[in-house]
Design a protein around this ligand. Structure first.
Ligand SMILES: C[S@@+](CC[C@H](N)C(=O)[O-])C[C@H]1O[C@@H](n2cnc3c(N)ncnc32)[C@H](O)[C@@H]1O
Ligand SMILES: Nc1nc2[nH]cc(C(=O)O)c2c(=O)[nH]1
Ligand code: SF4
Ligand SMILES: [Mg+2]
Length: 292
């Protein structure tokens, strides 16, 4: 962040959200530059590998709004922040406030490696921790803390609650999870606390987990994530291994096969019952094109 400006690589839309919890939703995208990960199969590597360096624009919220207005021309009411990892940008709360002030809902795509206080202002928040095929390693303590914080109910509301003994109110995690460092051995309980009937927490943030699956090891990782955070809406997404493929027919053929494989695996899996398996719909429609 430079002053109140943010490194922006792309602003595009309106398009449909192609993935996860709000798939199909008409939205605009703001893609920020920079990532703390370097996933082997990243479909947006230009945000962090130096190849998009020349395209970075340092933009103040007003300029971003101007561009959204120009491109979207009153046809949208939802904006998605993605990257790179937008969670690297501490001051993004300012931009989110100005998007909300226009009456637009705001979604975030992040891998769950960093917390920002402005997460609480997001309407649709997707955490996408990375499986072994990415080459990245999950810091479970950080992810536990993020999921835990997103479930917190503001203290003022807790004071009004009559159920449950005092002192237990903010404890969403089972005691063992506080020492947790190993995948699978702990769970962060969803419980009814901190969640309203429509799946949003008391702050209005709807949270989901989305794991990309390329192979069997990734599927085992996905299982671990789902079991660790029961009650958090869970999405599985087949990985696209051919992010440079320009032949759309060939790409789609491969993606359909991978989706079919993943659906088959999940159907016979007793530990993945309340889950959703979704493709990257935008790649089915538009292949590996940027800005769609
Ligand atoms: C480009 S990332 C940016 C946001 C954030 N860094 C993250 O990874 O969640 C947006 C989404 O695309 C997914 N993604 C990236 N490369 C992919 C690929 N080759 N196949 C399937 N999904 C991919 C990520 O897992 C993430 O859910
Ligand atoms: N249409 C569309 N849907 C998306 N969902 C997540 C995307 C991303 O790159 O973060 C993405 C994207 O780039 N385009
Ligand atoms: S975390 Fe997201 S943006 Fe960063 S390298 Fe991985 S997929 Fe790409
Ligand atoms: Mg993408």
């Amino acid at each position: 962040m430079k002053g109140d400006r943010f490194p922006v690589l792309e602003i595009f839309g309106p398009t449909i959200q192609g993935e996860g919890m709000v798939i199909g939703r008409k939205t605009m995208f703001i893609r920020t530059a920079g990532c703390d990960y370097s996933c082997s199969w990243c479909d947006s590597a230009f945000t962090w590998d130096g190849s998009g360096k020349e395209d970075i624009r340092w933009m103040a919220p007003e300029k971003i709004l101007e561009e959204l207005d120009r491109l979207g021309a009153g046809t949208f009411d939802h904006v998605t922040l993605s990257g790179g990892n937008p969670a690297l940008l501490g001051g993004l709360g300012k931009l989110i406030d100005s998007l909300h002030a226009r009456g637009w809902s705001v979604a975030l795509e992040t891998q769950g490696s960093r917390w920002q206080d402005w997460f609480a202002a997001i309407d649709d928040l997707t955490l996408s921790p990375k499986p072994p095929s990415s080459g990245m390693e999950t810091d479970w303590r950080v992810l536990d803390a993020i999921v835990g914080k997103l479930r917190e109910v503001p203290l003022s509301e807790e004071r009004h609650r009559k159920d449950g003994p005092a002192g237990e109110e903010h404890s969403f995690r089972k005691p063992a999870a506080r020492q947790g460092g190993t995948a699978g051995e702990n769970t962060v309980a969803a419980g009814s606390r901190g969640r309203l009937p429509d799946g949003r927490n008391a702050r209005g943030t709807s949270v989901s987990l989305k794991v990309v699956v390329m192979d069997d090891a990734d599927l085992a990782y996905a299982r671990t994530v789902h079991l660790r955070y029961p009650g958090v809406p869970f999405f599985l997404q087949p990985g696209n291994p051919d992010v440079a493929e320009e032949d759309q027919g060939r790409l789609l053929h491969g993606l359909l096969g991978r989706y079919e494989w993943l659906v088959g695996c999940v159907m016979e899996d007793r530990s993945m019952r309340n889950v959703r398996v979704l493709p990257q719909l935008h790649t089915w429609l538009w292949g590996n094109r940027r800005g769609v």
